[in-house]
Design a protein around this ligand. Structure first.
Ligand SMILES: C[S@@+](CC[C@H](N)C(=O)[O-])C[C@H]1O[C@@H](n2cnc3c(N)ncnc32)[C@H](O)[C@@H]1O
Length: 283
């Protein structure tokens, strides 16, 4: 890109290069990258197409474009992702929270409405998305989040601190840590968006998914290795009436449902695209 490059020219070039790299929403993303590189908002960019990018702005734009053309997720490049009205710091050490997981939060919040000061455990918290959204919506809740990944625990704590949300984050393999098992035993809701993709999907996922940690995505042959272990542990420790809410893959939701022997009020829920991906049950 030349020195003396205007916003309008930069938009055209960036859009073309993103399209050539196979990025779906190339024009929209070009604007986002320009916003990040210049600090100007969308409206400014649109009304000042002749604005010439300064040296630093051009360098930032080029670097961001290089990463996006390599199909690094946009959120890694921006350093944050929106989730349920919150802005969460993310990088390659945690899963970028997905829009469909907002439905999981909604389902849990709906069911917790009659419950005063609920105790909620988010297992496999990643960036802290689910736990922090629940705490933001229900400040009276006592919320614990856990993850087996040290980096995820660090990121979730960082997000909790930045948002001023009082969520305790513990490193634990599912419910193995004493503090997590004890919290699970007394909780009103255990919510988990654990890795649930069949390992074979690694070959066919979008290029961006290669930048997510494999630990966050894959759960063995049918995707349920980690979920099955959680179900066994939750069945042992959770108290009668407590809610379990899981996000799964539409292909293995039925299989997971069959593991819920002895659970009550089991029901399925769909995402906005109508795919069944949530399983809810009462102990
Ligand atoms: C699909 S990601 C979801 C992250 C977050 N809940 C969200 O919705 O954005 C799954 C998370 O589960 C964590 N995880 C994988 N195996 C685990 C285990 N055995 N115990 C606890 N967490 C685990 C991963 O580190 C990852 O952060």
């Amino acid at each position: 890109m030349d020195a003396g490059l205007s916003v309008a020219e930069a938009r055209r070039i960036v859009t073309r290069r993103l399209e050539a790299a196979g990025v779906d929403a190339a024009a929209a993303e070009a604007l986002v990258l320009l916003e990040a590189a210049t600090g100007l908002d969308r409206a400014d960019l649109l009304v000042r197409p002749e604005h010439v990018l300064e040296g630093d702005e051009r360098r930032r734009l080029l670097e961001a474009l290089r990463r996006r053309v390599a199909r690094e997720p946009l959120q890694h490049i921006l350093g944050s992702a929106p989730f349920y009205g919150l802005e969460l710091a993310v990088d390659g050490t945690v899963l970028v929270p997905r829009p469909e997981t907002e439905r999981l939060v909604e389902l849990v919040l709906e069911r917790l409405r009659p419950c005063e000061a609920p105790r909620v455990l988010d297992v496999g918290t990643g960036s802290g998305a689910v736990a922090l959204a629940v705490k933001a919506e229900r400040p009276d809740a006592e919320v614990m989040a856990s993850d087996v990944s040290t980096e995820a625990v660090r990121m979730a704590r960082r997000n909790a601190a930045a948002l001023g949300l009082d969520v305790v984050v513990v490193r634990s393999d599912l419910l193995a840590e004493g503090a997590v098992a004890a919290f699970a035993a007394g909780c009103d809701a255990l919510v988990a968006n654990l890795p649930y993709l069949p390992s074979g999907d690694a070959r066919t996922l979008q290029a961006e998914a290669a930048h997510d940690p494999a630990l966050a995505l894959f759960g063995g042959d049918d995707g349920l290795d980690v979920v099955r272990r959680l179900l066994a542990q939750a069945s042992r420790v959770m108290r009668s009436g407590a809610l379990l809410a899981l996000e799964l893959d539409p292909r293995n939701l039925g299989l997971a449902e069959r593991e819920l022997l002895g659970w009550r009020a089991t029901c399925r829920a769909s995402d906005l695209a109508g795919r069944e991906r949530f399983l809810l049950a009462r102990r």
